[in-house]
Design a protein around this ligand. Sequence first.
Ligand code: PLP
Length: 493
Amino acid sequence: MNYLCTRDRKKKVSGMEAIIQGISEDGGLYVPEYFPALPKLQSLMDLSYEELALKILKLYFEEYTEEELKKAVSSAYGEKFHGKHPVEVVKKGEVHFLELFHGPTLAFKDMALTLLPHLLKTALQKKGIQEEVVILTATSGDTGKAALEGFRDVEGIQVVVFYPKTGVSDMQRLQMVTQEGRNTHVLALEGNFDDAQNGVKKIFGDEDFRKELKEKGYVLSSANSINIGRLIPQIVYYVYGYLRMVESGDLRMEEKMNIAVPTGNFGNILAAFYAKNMGLPMEKLLCASNDNNILTEFFLHGTYDTRRNLFLTSSPSMDILVSSNLERFLHEVSGKDEDLVKRHMDSLKAEGLFQWNGALPGDFYAEYADEKDVSQCIEKVYKEERYLMDPHTAVAYSVSEKYRKTTGDLKPLLLASTASPFKFPHKVLTSLGAPVSEDLFENIEALAMLLDGEVPTEISDLKIKPILHKRVTSLDAMAEVLLDALSGGEMND
Ligand SMILES: *Cc1c(COP(=O)(O)O)cnc(C)c1O
């Protein structure tokens, strides 16, 4: 299996190279040359999550030996999840929640970012890369922490995270600024997530800067979902979720399910689309947005117009206008037309918009949920089921309700639950009409009481951890600050 570049029809790299590079130098993204067929579903029924991951990863990353992949998978899903099941499917009412937040940072990004460091490290060794790799990441809240945790103290790798100063939740910020590890650098950026993502993309595209880095002994790579090594591991849990629904008798084998995914950078839902292309029985993919409903408009009219204000919502990891992975989707729906994709991406960069006149597959349904919808859904599901959704998950829940109401389609629904409610106590408590304190940890305790449960240790530990990263930077200074941080200047970051 090789990987193509979305913007250059002549380019082809191996899986390891795609993982090492993160993004192509021309700004294009790497995509699999074809979609391998899933093995017969019946034969996958009895596999553990780790075994299933191994099977699927092998189809995409043939350069790794069985042993290498096995080791990567067990380090990721065994050790880092402390022996818990990496993924649980929980049925509440008519919805099957695909709980993806049981990893070290309590968000679904852990599903890929516990694994990617192992894939990358092995690739670097095999390709004989001598330089230190700098994982350069822009985060809307959850990627940053998951990357820091996944890559901390990994030999030969430095992790640099830029997060929007006012665009992440208090808990997300606290998780990042208390990050330990010899190789971690956390920088607040004056701007929003799109600024951070653009700044990072600019650094990737700056040849002179890359040269300068190389002379200093560094090469860049990415832990954002522009890295194909983030996407492929995400295919696994859709297959796993499907099999659990068959197991519980809610689906017949080969019967189609619907899925709902709270969407920001279009990575998680793209992984579901990949799973469908591999043969996972799936009817509709519900693409759920928050008030930043640019994808809803895109699926409705083909218009992708970023010339609008970015709202800061209670689901910050979806506060995004430029959804990077949409480019991979356009690659598929255009029949792999690199020139066409490049023209649209150039237009997006130059004018801030593009108009897609080609057909879009009918298997997508796009809608959005506003703050009121989110609160109502959190309250309803708690009242009826004693189950707490985080605001991102609630966005998808609300959209799935709208879908069912307007279409009458009641097919079994698998809903990607992307974060623990403990990461967003303020919104969850206000939605329930419960009192909210100024003190973050009092709110956390209040949530635990509502669930008759304990605060996850990943959260309670934060209370006593010292703040280690304080540096704030402007958009213009990103490259300079990056160099400074790498050379040890992070003493004051
Ligand atoms: C990143 C994130 C999303 C959005 O996922 P994309 O792959 O960017 O579409 C949704 N919910 C949570 C909690 C996230 O961290």
